[in-house]
Structure formats: C-alpha cells, structure tokens
Ligand binder design. Structure first.
Ligand code: ADP
Ligand code: MG
Length: 125
C-alpha cells in the first residue's frame, strides 16, 4: 500500500465511531478505491457487493441477492425492488453476532439505474 494515509485514517475513524457511519469514496477509475477498502478492512466484510457495469435494475437486484446468499442469507427471496433488497440486507445483518460490521458496496453508481429508487431505498437503510 503506497500512501493514502489520510484516507486510511478516515476509514479507521469511521470504523471506530460510536455510531453507524456511511462513507463514500469517489475518484477516477484505477485510482485505488477498491484496493483501499479491501486493504484497510482486510477483506473482512459483513456484506460486500459490487454493481454490475451497464446492467439494468433486474440484473443488479439478482446480483445483490446472490451476494446476500453467498454471505449466508440462504432464504433471501427474489428481489423486486431496492426497498426489498435493503430490507433483506437488514434482516441478514440482524442475525449476525453483535459488533462492528463493515458493508462494502462497490461500483455503487451502476446500481442506481434510472427510476429504480436505489437512492431512496439506501437513504431509508
Ligand atoms: N495505494 C496503493 N498502493 C499500491 N497499489 C495500489 C494502490 N491503490 C491502487 N493500487 C493498485 O492499483 C490497482 C487499481 O486499483 P483499484 O482499487 O482497482 O481502483 P478503483 O477501484 O479506483 O478503480 C489495484 O489493483 C492495485 O494493484
Ligand atoms: Mg474499484
């Protein structure tokens, strides 16, 4: 890991916070966003999913569901909306042991397709 001291510190501070924190990382391709998050948290996520480049809502929701199932949410039903997706994510997280949890949504803008209600559902999460 070269540099990124301020960014590492910001992520660690958010992790140590007494509250739930939402952190966004933005920057051009290949600048090191994914690498930074993976390295700081040692690839240890309560949930991790990456938006699918150029795909529509149905495929994004399928992808999100498969990610939930990969993490152990075996009973996750087919997802029809982002409201449902975040509801299922909540349901999955509630069953995990207490303690700090890192949820990493990579390539988030691809999930926010036209009129999909992604941002509204995320706000409610
Ligand atoms: N701070 C860093 N130190 C060393 N290598 C890095 C660093 N940040 C990124 N890289 C290298 O650059 C590659 C691209 O970074 P990546 O995280 O995929 O970019 P992004 O997610 O912003 O598109 C990584 O696979 C890694 O090999
Ligand atoms: Mg990336």
């Amino acid at each position: 890991m070269i540099g990124r001291r301020a960014e590492i510190k910001a992520l660690k501070t958010a992790y140590e916070s007494s509250y739930s924190e939402f952190v966004t990382l933005y920057g051009r391709r290949r600048i090191g966003k994914t690498f930074l998050v993976n390295e700081v948290f040692g690839y240890n996520f309560a949930f991790h999913c990456a938006g699918l480049k150029g795909e529509g809502m149905a495929r994004q929701l399928d992808n999100f569901r498969f990610a939930l199932r990969r993490y152990g949410h075996d009973s996750c039903p087919r997802l029809k909306s982002w409201l449902e997706a975040f509801f299922e994510l909540e349901r999955f997280l509630e069953r995990l042991p207490n303690g700090r949890k890192v949820i990493f949504i990579d390539e988030m803008p691809w999930m926010d397709t036209h009129k999909s209600g992604f941002l509204a559902a995320l706000e409610g999460f």
